[in-house]
Design a protein around this ligand. Structure first.
Ligand code: FES
Length: 167
């Protein structure tokens, strides 16, 4: 038996439903390695929006890959989370143009309004926020991304209104 399978043999397994979803994709991909991204998406969905070690190891086991390889993918892509995240995920750009136009204040407003620190989830599971490198919308500075949508130029009041509109 190959080393990766042995390494992952103690790992937890994907639940039946997730394995079925992965099986349905298998014929569309040339090999198991090509399935890493969809498998991680499926696992992340199953584990409630993030990937604990158990989930990453389950994916490695399912695809017969070394866990380190799957961890490498998880840490490379921002779409995968190794900590719990809120239903609404907020990213605040703090690169220079946004920083010069008040990104720090935007982060402070988020902290006050949500009453949690960066990278923490509100007790109701509604929101989490992080600072981020340039999101490619410098003309909107200061700006942030909420669930994939760009918002800016922001003011503290605009941030408060945005938060009020999130379910
Ligand atoms: S510096 Fe903020 S989007 Fe580019």
């Amino acid at each position: 038996m190959s080393e990766p399978r042995e390494a992952a043999s103690r790992a937890s397994r994907l639940p039946e439903e997730a394995r079925a979803a992965l099986d349905a994709l298998r014929q569309r991909y040339p090999d198991e390695e090509a399935l890493v991204l969809p498998a991680l998406h499926i696992a992340q969905h199953h584990w409630g929006g993030w990937l604990p070690d158990e989930a990453i190891e389950a994916v490695a086991h399912e695809l017969n890959l070394a866990p380190a390889k799957v961890y490498g993918v998880v840490t490379f892509y921002d779409l995968f989370h190794q900590r719990p995240v809120g239903r609404h995920r907020i990213r605040v750009c703090t690169n220079l143009p946004c920083a010069l136009r008040g990104a720090e204040e935007i982060l402070q407003v988020l902290g006050r309004e949500l009453d949690v620190g960066e990278d923490q989830v509100t007790p109701d599971g509604r929101c989490s926020y992080v600072h981020f490198e340039c999101l490619g919308a410098c003309e909107m500075a200061p700006m942030m991304m909420v669930d994939g949508e760009y918002h800016g130029p922001l003011t503290p009041e605009a941030v408060r209104r945005l938060l009020e509109g999130l379910d």
